[in-house]
Design a binder for this molecule. Structure first.
Ligand code: GLN
Length: 289
């Protein structure tokens, strides 16, 4: 690189073609530059001819190369946005996906319908990872009392940090699925989970950005991807309140199977498969009342 400083638009153009050549999303250039310049998009676009400080440009260039080598941009910058908030992420947790925002929205709508009077509602998010579901629910509705569990203390450390940063009250418990509550009096009005659901034979086909960086314990769902849902069915009846909501994120094509698992377990429940904005079956909700 020449000693002369690059202007913002020059750095963006370079990044865009470099990323395209490496078959990566070319929007990542803008995202990384915003991060390094600590600017909003509006500021960036009104300063296109501004010189970039040499040190900042060096870091930006290095990050573009790192991303082209496969490292997800969220691991480079250390955060991702979810439902309007910023969450810290690292290799111990699944990077938040936009589909999961739709799950949260679906839960909030159903809570408002089934528990409209603002009384305390007891919620648990099972396998919370970075804490996005639990923390978003607790932030969006103050009447919710939210617990979050995860089998890994490494994930809980990030989730706790996120709850602290976002000044949200969530109770964190380490444990396997709902096991921590089986021999207690605790019951929940809302049980939500985005469990690992990728079938074994699809793990190899995942993009390296997913397979090599999202933790395998957050992805692999057994032979047909449904192992965790089946295990849930053996525990759910013991920890649900009489009137309750169950909300699962599912993998494409799993909606019907998870629906029938829930229907067999809760005969009188209204169980619904909901498609995401990309037209994929992505959520299954059960309402028990
Ligand atoms: N949605 C993730 C993916 O497709 C998988 C998350 C999960 O297994 N819960 O990579």
């Amino acid at each position: 690189m020449s000693k002369q400083k690059r202007k913002i638009y020059e750095a963006l153009n370079w990044a865009s073609s470099f990323l395209k050549e490496a078959n990566r999303d070319d929007n990542v250039g803008e995202l990384l530059l915003l991060h390094h310049l600590q600017m909003s998009r509006t500021q960036l676009f009104s300063n296109m001819r501004m010189d970039i400080d040499t040190e900042i440009d060096r870091k930006f260039t290095e990050d573009i190369h790192t991303h082209c080598n496969g490292v997800p941009v969220q691991h480079i910058i250390g955060y991702e946005h979810f439902y309007g908030r910023t969450f810290r992420v690292n290799k111990e947790v699944l990077i938040p996906r936009p589909e999961t925002e739709e799950l949260v929205q679906g839960i909030l709508q159903r809570i408002d319908k089934l528990f409209p009077n603002g009384n305390r509602v007891n919620v648990v998010d099972v396998g919370t990872g970075s804490g996005i579901i639990a923390i978003t629910l607790a932030s969006e509705r103050k009447s919710l009392h939210v617990t979050a569990t995860d089998i890994a203390k490494e994930s809980l450390a990030i989730a706790k940090l996120n709850a602290e940063n976002l000044e949200t009250e969530v109770t964190f418990i380490q444990g396997d699925l709902l096991t921590p509550f089986l021999n207690s009096d605790t019951t929940f009005d809302v049980i939500v989970s985005n469990p690992p659901y990728i079938p074994n034979n699809e793990i190899d086909k995942l993009s390296p950005v997913v397979k090599d960086y999202d933790p395998m314990r957050a992805l692999a769902g057994g032979e047909d991807g449904l192992d965790f849902y089946r295990r849930f069915m053996t525990q759910l009846p013991y920890v649900l309140s009489e009137k309750a909501i169950i909300a699962f994120e599912v993998g494409v094509g799993q909606g019907k199977s998870v629906q029938s698992l829930l229907q067999q377990t809760f005969r009188s429940a209204v169980v619904e498969v909901v498609f995401d904005i990309n037209g994929k079956d992505r959520m299954v909700f059960a309402e028990i009342s």
